[in-house]
Write a new protein. Structure first.
Length: 170
């Protein structure tokens, strides 16, 4: 069965980060909170202050607020990732602030193939690392880790790429 490029539903061809990216971020920031809290406790313990308990509570609150805000920024950053197909090629966009917005793309004519990498965790979670290589240089042109259903994304991108190449030959 041949796929007509003009009839493809592009809404099905937008891929985002999976839940694994969010969990990894949460674990990382909890680890940071634990480490910084231990350092804060050690510093306060060796300080010569009258009310250590009050100082420790203040240190914990400040650390908690800073790390919580940084965690929220990392979640928003993860949420901003989009991998999608256009008439021109495959595009990866991400960034939450105007000065951090990034667009990375590869044209259909320059695409060699889309591939994904598999590990035990990625197989269980259906979260894959997707790479798109340049046809002539074999360098990675577009890469995104923790793509939800990345195996299906790669299959759809490669099928669409093949169909576009067939249509350009005719």
């Amino acid at each position: 069965m041949e796929t007509n490029y003009n009839e493809i539903n592009t809404e099905q061809m937008v891929w985002k980060k999976s839940w694994v990216a969010y969990v990894a971020s949460a674990v990382f920031w909890l680890f940071c909170f634990a480490i910084f809290s231990a350092i804060g406790f050690a510093v306060v313990y060796f300080m010569d202050v009258a009310d250590r308990k009050a100082v420790m509570i203040k240190v914990m609150v400040v650390l908690g607020v800073i790390i919580f805000l940084r965690f929220i920024l990392s979640i928003l950053s993860i949420k901003s990732y989009r991998l999608f197909c256009t008439d021109e090629g495959v595009v990866l966009t991400y960034g939450i602030f105007p000065w951090t917005k990034t667009v990375n793309s590869i044209r259909w004519r320059d695409l060699d193939a889309a591939t994904y990498y598999l590990s035990a965790i990625s197989w269980i979670s259906k979260s894959y690392s997707v790479t798109l290589r340049h046809r002539y240089t074999q360098e990675i042109a577009v890469a995104m880790v923790d793509v939800a259903n990345g195996d299906k994304a790669v299959t759809m991108i490669n099928e669409l790429h093949t169909e576009i190449l067939r249509q350009n030959i005719k």
